[in-house]
Write a protein of this length. Structure first.
Length: 449
């Protein structure tokens, strides 16, 4: 009797499960937006729409000067990009005593001075020759000052040292049978500079404040490459033990002496970047960026690090008004950028930065960015695109919560410490083959009843 009752209960449960599976199967055959519409009044149903034609306007402009002081990685070198022209990176830095109170002894004589710079990597053609020149500064640097990429500190014209070489950022260096991490070394040979070092007195060597007044620092510069596609930007690790200036000397009492001048995190230092006013750039880029022909932004746009180029983007106010008038709510809005120069040896940024520019030109973060990187986006993807989710921004424009005169701007990430650049399609290309790659805002929206 007990077994019969159990069988009947199990049979009923089986029937319920089968009926439930039928309902689930029916629901799964519907599109997501259709589920529940059979019980929802027609007048209250939400209608989803997808549109990629939200009108935008964009063009590229020369970037403002970029703050570059005391970065852990500094840029050094020059390269000639066939599209962007010649870019040069120079380092201005203090030299600091490795220990205070040093004495060079009686009748000292310098045998050699060696400057060393540790590699973190390279951007561009690492097989190309580079010529590095070093000069003494005429004005002091200070750690509590802000320095920018277009700041040129006065310096002398006498070469303290020069070296032409091929940067090998992945090759170790063997010295006296000892293998060291990748770096380059060069000699400081100017006799006047050597004599100046040996002319220091006890006050000059008593503190770094006094020493940096006596020897104010150095400029490490690079000559321009000879032809397009040549050259590179070396990434220099300024906090590495292989970045220094060493003085090898002897005096009346001892031979084979050494004293180190530090180039490290305690030094006031900064990068100077020069794009030579884009004189060697593609005329189309120069016409848009320097001569401000904004119509050229319809076809191609640009981003360049090292205080080079950014792109500004405006959403058409009429497009926003149309969305508002139709009673649409923004479910998702994505701004998509497509790289047009994927095969270039001059690689694009790993990530783009997207910011909101106010009417007074001040810069703020988008509300979307506070949702986190995985939501906001901006990373370079394997298909050659970048994508930003800007749903909150577009909805705020529709709601009138953001001034319609605001716009968006693209920058290269880590622009003070990397040499990347990007060529991407404009918002309204005249070339039909670029229509699928154009700068666009893809919108998913809901019709509010």
């Amino acid at each position: 009797m007990h077994n019969l009752k159990t069988i009947l209960v199990f049979s009923r449960l089986k029937s319920i499960v089968l009926v439930s599976l039928v309902f689930v199967a029916i629901a799964c055959n519907k599109k997501p937006e259709e589920i529940g519409t059979d019980i929802q009044p027609e007048s209250e149903r939400l209608t989803f729409h997808y549109d990629t034609t939200l009108e935008i306007r964009a063009y590229s402009v020369e970037e403002d000067s970029l703050r570059t002081d005391e970065t852990t990685q500094s840029l050094l070198g020059s390269y000639w990009d066939p599209k962007f022209g010649i870019t040069r990176a120079s380092i201005f830095t203090q030299l600091r005593l490795s220990s205070t109170g040093h004495s060079f002894g009686t009748n000292p004589h310098i045998d050699s001075i060696v400057m060393s710079m540790a590699f973190n990597g390279v951007y561009g053609d690492s097989s190309a020759l580079q010529t590095i020149n070093v000069y003494e500064l005429d004005s002091a640097l200070y750690t509590d000052n802000a320095y920018y990429s277009r700041t040129m500190t006065p310096h002398g014209t006498v070469l303290l040292g020069t070296k032409t070489f091929i940067a090998r950022p992945t090759d170790s260096v063997t010295i006296d049978s000892v293998r060291y991490a990748p770096h380059f070394r060069m000699a400081i040979t100017d006799q006047t500079f050597m004599d100046k070092i040996l002319s220091t007195n006890t006050v000059d060597l008593s503190s770094n404040d006094n020493f940096t007044k006596y020897i104010k620092g150095i400029m490490i510069d690079c000559e321009a490459p000879a032809a397009p596609s040549l050259g590179s930007i070396m990434y220099i690790n300024m906090d590495n033990e292989l970045t220094f200036m060493k003085i090898y000397y002897h005096n009346d009492l001892e031979d084979s002496l050494m004293f180190q001048l530090n180039i490290d995190g305690y030094c006031a230092r900064y990068n100077y970047f020069d794009h030579n006013n884009y004189l060697e750039a593609d005329p189309i880029i120069r016409q848009q960026v320097i001569n401000k022909d904004t119509t050229l932004g319809n076809d191609q746009l640009y981003v360049q690090s090292m205080g080079g180029i950014r792109t500004d983007v405006w959403i058409d106010p009429d497009a926003i008004s149309a969305i508002r008038a139709k009673g649409y709510a923004i479910n998702e809005a994505r701004l998509v950028v497509t790289n047009l120069d994927k095969s270039s040896k001059f690689s694009p940024p790993d990530k783009l930065v997207l910011v909101q520019v106010e009417a007074d030109s001040s810069i703020t973060y988008l509300d979307d960015q506070y949702e986190g990187t995985s939501y906001f986006g901006g990373d370079y993807r394997s298909d050659g695109t970048y994508s930003f989710r800007i749903s909150h921004y577009v909805q705020s424009l529709v709601n009138g919560e953001i001034d319609a005169s605001t716009h968006l701007a693209f920058y290269a990430t880590s622009a003070a410490v990397r040499g990347n650049r990007l060529v991407f399609a404009g918002a309204n290309p005249t070339n039909p083959s670029l229509s699928g790659s154009k700068l666009q805002i893809q919108v998913l929206f809901t019709k509010i009843p």
